[in-house]
Write a protein that binds this ligand. Structure first.
Ligand SMILES: Nc1ncnc2c1ncn2[C@@H]1O[C@H](COP(=O)(O)OP(=O)(O)OP(=O)(O)O)[C@@H](O)[C@H]1O
Ligand SMILES: [Mg+2]
Length: 502
């Protein structure tokens, strides 16, 4: 099982079922038939170059872009935005290395202290924090005002309010007072304890069902932390190295500063630095920024080219009506590998200076729609079938005969779709559709494997809508539209092939 490797080559006769075919670990090796694109992608990843991929839908452009991100180093830096006390509307950028982020995390953990059960804290501390009844010694949550066992009001909270009704209110006055707060006891108590013969200050704090102990070191870390300028993580260290920005708006692409309805009021509002939002150009810092269908970006392409050139791009409030408009953060890093894709007909809609920057520091590749029909490529296509079945996860494996039938279909599609006889199609998303429908047929018929008959049923079922309309008109139905415009899908599935296509 899983021993047949398409890189080494195998014949279909060696396969019992698609389960015998090994699926490569390297995502680039899962891309079938696009050898030039794959080779260029390896170079682009290694040398951090940009890449433009051209070709029709469903032939592996997005797959190639994503595979690059598996071949680059994981992000090494975190980007923070820090308050500028002299001018809140000009926050600073701080870039931390992975080590710095780690050390800070450790120090935060130390600052967090240890959690203990209230029963393990000194009794007087547990009482003052509202966990222990001072009368009967029963433990309960500090949210329980009265001791559930003896009814005493806990945590010194049952103080009788001073005033004219002190005598009649008695304990009840205290009860009302604390019930409104839904908690009893102090939030935090400082105490001393002896550790290894010397005395140290510790703080005990409420922490849900537990009590948190902060030792001297944790208290020092807290004081250190309080002295730091407030900041927020803009682009975290643990981020995906692959960011897709297809159809992104200007704010999604470049970042923004959110509006503050309280106009930055010191207590109600949020300081500007807290309202800064990164764009995808920043999220993809040190990673891959992938834009499918570049022409859709229109004029926004010019920002991409500036960002690519400078490797940093400011973030400012993009809505002039908003209080964010007066805020600006300069020099936010955005050092990404740009991968874009487009249909070759749309070449004219890609800004020439953008293409020039890609060609100046990268590659353009045209993906193929068919590949040579030879033994190596047939085994690759079989690997593709195994991959699609594994990825789908809901359909059974394919029998050898089903694999033969799918390979025949790949031949037929190359001929009728691309007018390339004796080749194999690489319009693999759609061939994947046939595999899934065939898998569904096998599944609903409770078959352990996809059989050739399932593939043939699927081929008849998966017909483009233009063809369905044509057939319905032939049956005498009224045309749903006056004219069907010819699309690449029109007519491609109509053949006089011998093995049962309608
Ligand atoms: N060359 C290929 N090798 C292996 N699988 C492929 C290949 N091309 C397409 N596929 C299959 O089709 C799916 C879609 O491919 P992909 O998203 O890369 O297409 P695309 O070229 O980006 O299309 P679009 O232009 O519509 O975005 C993939 O997830 C994969 O299952
Ligand atoms: Mg795509």
């Amino acid at each position: 099982m899983k021993t047949l490797n398409a890189k080494k080559g195998f014949t279909i006769d060696e396969i019992e079922t698609s389960e015998d075919i090994a699926i490569p670990k390297d995502p680039l090796d899962r891309i079938i038939g696009q050898d030039e694109a794959v080779e260029t992608a390896r170079i682009a990843a290694y040398q951090r170059r940009h890449l433009l991929l051209f070709g029709p839908p469903g032939i592996g452009k997005s797959m190639t872009a994503q595979a690059i991100s598996f071949h680059i180093q994981a992000p090494e830096h975190e980007i923070r935005v820090v308050d500028n006390p002299e001018s809140h509307e000009r926050p600073f950028i701080e870039v931390l290395t992975k080590e710095q982020v780690f050390l800070e995390h450790e120090s935060k953990l130390a600052m967090d202290g240890d959690l203990i059960d209230p029963e393990n804290a000194p009794a007087d501390i547990a009482e003052k924090l509202g966990y222990r009844c001072s009368k009967c010694g029963m433990y309960s949550s500090y949210t329980e005002v009265e001791c559930p066992s003896c009814g005493t009001i806990k945590g010194g909270a049952g103080k009788i309010p001073e005033g004219p009704f002190k005598d009649i209110l008695g304990g009840l006055g205290g009860l009302l007072e604390v019930t409104m707060n839904r908690a009893v006891g102090n939030e935090s108590i400082k105490a001393t304890r002896i550790v290894n013969g010397s005395e140290e200050i510790v703080a005990y704090e409420k922490a849900g069902d537990k009590i948190k102990i902060l030792n001297q070191r944790a208290l020092e870390k807290r004081r250190e932390h309080a002295k730091k300028r407030p900041s927020k993580v803009l682009v975290p260290i643990n981020r995906s190295p692959f960011v897709i920005a297809t159809g992104a708006s200007e704010t999604e692409l470049l970042g923004d500063v959110r509006h503050d309805p309280y106009g930055g009021h010191p207590t109600l509002g949020q300081l500007p630095f807290e309202r800064v939002v990164a764009g995808v150009i920043h999220d993809s810092h040190e990673g891959v920024l992938f834009i499918d269908e570049i022409p859709q970006l229109g004029i926004l392409q010019r920002y991409i080219l500036t960002a690519m050139q400078e490797k940093k791009f400011p973030i400012s409030g993009r809505n002039p009506q908003s209080s964010g408009a007066s805020v600006r953060v300069d020099a936010v890093p955005c050092d990404f590998i740009f991968v874009g894709s487009a249909n070759i007909e749309d070449l004219q809609y890609i800004l020439p200076p953008l293409r020039s920057r890609i060609l100046g520091n990268g590659y353009e590749v045209l993906l193929s729609t068919t590949m040579e029909d030879n033994e190596r490529n047939v085994s690759k296509l079989a690997q593709f079938i195994a991959q699609e079945i594994a990825n789908d996860g809901k359909i059974p494996h394919a029998s050898r005969e089903a694999i033969y039938a799918l390979i025949d279909e790949a031949r037929r599609r190359a001929k009728y779709y691309d007018e390339k006889p004796n080749r194999l199609t690489l319009r693999l998303r759609e061939l994947g559709g046939v595999i899934r429908v065939a898998g569904d047929m096998a599944k609903i018929n409770h078959k352990p494997l996809i059989e050739a008959s399932d593939v043939n049923t699927a081929i008849k079922k998966v017909i483009p809508i233009e063809e369905a309309i044509k057939r319905s008109i032939e049956r005498g139905d009224k045309p749903p539209v006056s004219k069907i415009t010819k699309t690449p899908y029109y007519n491609w599935n109509v053949t006089e092939e011998p093995h049962g296509y309608d």
